[in-house]
Design a protein around this ligand. Structure first.
Ligand SMILES: [Zn+2]
Length: 85
């Protein structure tokens, strides 16, 4: 699966479109995880096994925010967490 197949929605928190899918070795054991992070406000998804899953989580959250208009920063179950200042 490639990113070309999936379009990331604007950031549900700041509306920025400068978000991207990143990968990192979260365990130090060669297991790479994917997440989407907004370059503007640093909100990001949780870690996912594939880039597609990370982007889907990002887009799903974007849909949720668009539907109810509420920011639920403490809701990590939805796959999004906010970095503290
Ligand atoms: Zn943002």
């Amino acid at each position: 699966m490639t990113n070309d197949e999936l379009e990331m929605k604007p950031c549900p928190f700041c509306g920025g479109v400068d978000s991207d899918c990143f990968t990192e070795d979260g365990t130090g054991e060669g297991q790479y995880w994917y997440y989407v992070e907004c370059r503007r406000c640093d909100s990001r998804t949780g870690f996912h096994e594939t880039d597609g899953a990370a982007i889907t989580a990002w887009n799903t959250r974007a849909n949720l925010e668009k539907s109810d208009g509420a920011l639920i920063n403490e809701d990590t179950n939805a796959g999004i967490s906010i970095k503290g200042d």
